[in-house]
Design a protein around this ligand. Structure first.
Ligand code: AMP
Ligand code: MN
Ligand code: MN
Ligand code: MN
Length: 294
């Protein structure tokens, strides 16, 4: 099991665990370094840091920022960010405002379809209005019996072009990368295999990401098929991008995903943590522990 998990969520976004519970579970699973990367929020980091200190594991302050690349929505993970940096704080405040307004509008659209109590239901599952995610609506639709899986909630109501889909004014790819860099962090393109892009478009997007100052891509994630991991590893090497890895753990919404469980990085990839002197020393021999073959 890879001991470094650089992508996870808490209740500060759409994860089901508190930062304290998340870190305790990571420690129990043998994770030695965990990045908390909530959607558009760093508010859970102090609590996660305190828990990591207690368990003797390393907490990497992180965030997963929703970004616009043309008409596409991509996710940019920031690792080892200064959570108090004013540029990052201001950018995330803007995203939180947009998220809260969207949550209200999704609620109104669902109400109009006769699904009463949607906003209150989603809010009850979230920490606060600004952290309401489409995941919370999906969970509410499922819990109240309107759909038979959370996925069906996306397919019928929340996904692109569906009746409760609300276009979002997310910050641009360039701006989100810039916030992360200014906050001293490492910008990582999250789960490239999950975007509905052709391989040509994917390479175009990576070029835009690199031109903006992006330095790593997530090569190994829990839901990526071995062929995709291999392909992303090759792309990273060809482009001189470092490689990141993580479970993208959410807890209850995706019970088949576990902390610290995902494929190993393919041979020849430069692990992103080698950029941090302290981590390179501490973890240089820990990657292949019990990993699945790359
Ligand atoms: P949001 O940031 O509020 O737009 O919500 C995006 C989150 O919803 C993603 O990070 C996933 O956790 C989840 N999500 C997106 N698409 C789907 C889907 N088709 N099925 C289930 N969950 C999804
Ligand atoms: Mn999520
Ligand atoms: Mn994501
Ligand atoms: Mn994520």
């Amino acid at each position: 099991m890879p001991a470094i998990d650089l992508h996870s969520h808490s209740r500060y976004s759409d994860g089901s665990l508190s930062p304290t519970e998340l870190v305790a579970l990571a420690a129990k699973a043998g994770v030695k370094a965990l990045a908390l990367t909530d959607h558009d929020s760093v508010s859970g980091v102090p609590e996660a840091q305190a828990a990591a200190d207690q368990h003797g594991i390393t907490l990497i302050p992180g965030v997963e920022i929703s970004a616009a690349w043309g008409v596409h929505n991509v996710h940019i993970v920031g690792l080892q960010v200064d959570i108090h940096h004013p540029v990052l704080v201001a950018g995330l405040a803007q995203q939180a405002g947009a998220r809260e307004r969207r949550a209200i509008e999704i609620g109104q659209r669902l109400e109009a379809l006769g699904l009463t109590g949607a906003y209150a239901g989603a809010l009850a599952l979230a920490r606060e209005p600004a952290s309401i995610s489409r995941t919370h609506y999906g969970q509410w639709l499922f819990a109240s019996g309107h759909v038979s899986t959370v996925q069906q909630g996306f397919d019928r109501y929340l996904g692109p072009r569906k009746p409760a889909s609300v276009p979002m004014p997310w910050a641009s790819l360039e701006d989100t990368v810039s916030w992360i860099l200014q906050a001293g962090g490492v910008p990582v393109l999250a789960h490239p295999g999950r975007y509905p892009l052709s391989r040509t478009k994917m390479r175009e997007m990576m070029s835009a990401f690199q031109a903006a100052g992006g330095v790593a891509i997530e090569v190994a994630t829990a839901t990526e098929k071995p062929d995709m991991v291999k392909y992303l590893g090759q792309l990273a090497q060809q482009r001189g991008l470092a490689a990141s890895q993580g479970s993208d753990y959410h807890g209850k919404p995706t019970p088949w995903i576990a902390l610290g469980r995902f494929p190993s990085l393919p041979k020849g990839c430069e692990p992103v943590w080698q950029r941090w002197g302290w981590a390179a020393d501490a973890f240089s021999s820990s990657t292949p522990a019990q990993g699945q073959p790359a």
